[in-house]
Design a protein around this ligand. Structure first.
Ligand code: 5AD
Ligand code: SF4
Length: 440
């Protein structure tokens, strides 16, 4: 690799960031850079950052501090993603050895930004002011998994929930042409991919710029691409969750039986303060559609505990909602005040101790719900996509259509390869995973 430019890239945050990184890696490789596995071996060190909660953001600044010494060795640093967009040029003040600061809406300009850095520029920026209409499409995506891959169908966010940084970090909402999405899905199927995950901050707010397909129609069309066996989509916003999405899942067997529908709170009052644009009743109506589907559809959600003004009664309503919906998974977070957001100036903040208490109560309640839900699979035969092996346990690690982890044994000396689909009889259940035996 003598003489070749090298880069190291580390990703923090959500699936959107993971996939953005795949596109950034492909773009850098196209520019003649080779990816290396350690900061020490790299000329250019990039962090793709997350600012959804304060903790995620602090992690990035700690990391930058840890590696300050590497700057003296001539290495260059770049901060990409949500912290970059949020903090902008302030990053140069906090971490003067950083040369590049770019938010996700500017990645199309990465090749020219790289040239500027190579020419010695020390403060290169790609910062968007919610103007960008374009999406970041590239044929050079370096996907890390050869069987299962992401496709971004919509970028940015116009929802402005009171707690959330995303509208400020990922720019305005813009959808990709459905023809372009389908062409990528066909290319991936041709390359051997069998699972596609459609991505967007609000994936179901998708609006085809050419008006050819609704979100549900696009979902069905991706599911009908020859060779594709599983299609997932994340994250859905309840306000835009329409009945035809469930109808598409009913009609197209390749659409996975799982919907992630973040509720955030079970109290209509808190939902109104959060500017979520739906009530508890409207949310439950959508859950009713999902429960009415022809096959059982697994449901998961996100919840924020301790939003400003959340009373003990409001929190009780959230617990009641868990009982009512019976989710298969809940991602719960303590409310974290974020820069620029309307909630920052709201009164009635909840002490951290109380937030922690509520979070724990919620997780305990949910664990029992999941224990019972997962138990129901014992005795069923489910199809698992192989992800790898757990050598220590002598088990193959698989994933079901409902997105549950299913660890199994095969009775064979050689484990099935990653990407293979295996029918598995479920013999045991835990609150977060299933155990089984391959059906011969
Ligand atoms: N504090 C805590 N959790 C948050 N989320 C988004 N913003 C915040 C915040 N300020 C959570 C929401 C969202 C998930 C990705 O992160 O639940 O759905
Ligand atoms: Fe984090 Fe949100 Fe940015 Fe994803 S979009 S990296 S969750 S701040």
């Amino acid at each position: 690799m003598a003489g070749q430019k090298t880069f190291y890239l580390e990703t923090f945050g959500c699936q959107m960031n993971v996939h953005d990184s795949e596109k950034v890696i492909g773009t850098l490789e196209q520019q003649g850079y080779a990816r290396v596995e350690t900061e020490e071996a790299a000329d250019l060190i990039l962090y793709n950052t997350c600012s959804i909660r304060d903790k995620a953001e602090q992690k990035v600044f700690h990391r930058l501090n840890d590696y300050k010494a590497l700057y003296k060795q001539g290495k260059r640093f770049g901060v990409l993603g949500c912290v970059a967009q949020q903090e902008g040029e302030r990053i140069f003040e906090r971490a003067p050895f950083v040369s590049l600061v770019s938010g996700s809406a500017s990645y199309r300009r990465l090749p020219e930004m790289l040239v500027q850095i190579e020419q010695g520029a020390t403060r290169v920026t790609g910062l968007d002011d919610r103007q960008t209409e374009e999406t970041f499409e590239t044929e050079f995506t370096a996907r890390s998994n050869p069987h299962r891959g992401y496709i971004t169908i919509i970028e940015g966010c116009d929802k402005f929930c009171a707690y959330c940084v995303v509208p400020y970090t990922r720019g305005k909402e813009r959808s990709r042409r459905s023809e372009s999405v389908l062409a990528e899905a066909r290319r991936m199927a041709g390359a051997g991919y069998t699972e596609i995950q459609l991505l967007g901050q609000n994936v179901n707010s998708y609006r085809d710029p050419e008006g050819k397909h609704s979100f549900a129609e696009l979902l069905a069309a991706v599911g009908e691409v020859p060779g594709i066996r599983r299609v997932r989509f994340t994250t859905s916003h309840p306000r835009d969750f329409t009945r035809d999405i469930v109808e598409a899942i009913d009609a197209v067997p390749t659409l996975c039986d799982h919907v992630h529908l973040p509720v955030q709170s079970g109290s209509s009052k808190v939902l109104r303060m959060m500017a979520r644009e739906y009530t508890r009743e409207q949310y439950l109506e959508r859950i009713g559609w999902i429960k009415g589907a022809q096959r059982p559809i697994s449901m998961t959600t996100d919840i924020i505990a301790g939003f400003p003004g959340e009373t003990a009664e409001d929190f009780e309503e959230t617990l009641g909602l868990l009982d009512e919906v019976q989710y298969d998974g809940v991602f719960a977070f303590k409310y974290s005040p974020r820069p620029n957001t309307p909630a920052l100036s709201m009164a009635d903040s909840i002490p951290d101790e109380e937030k922690s208490k509520r979070l724990q109560i919620l997780l305990d309640r949910q664990r029992e719900i999941q224990r019972a839900n997962y138990e129901k699979h014992v005795g069923q035969v489910l199809e698992a996509m192989v992800e790898g092996v757990n050598a220590a346990r002598g088990q193959v690690v698989g994933r079901t259509s409902q997105n549950k982890t299913l660890n199994f044994t095969t009775g064979q000396p050689i484990a099935p390869a990653p990407g293979v689909y295996v029918p598995v009889l479920v013999t045991k259940a835990f609150p977060n995973s299933l155990v089984g035996e391959a059906v011969q």
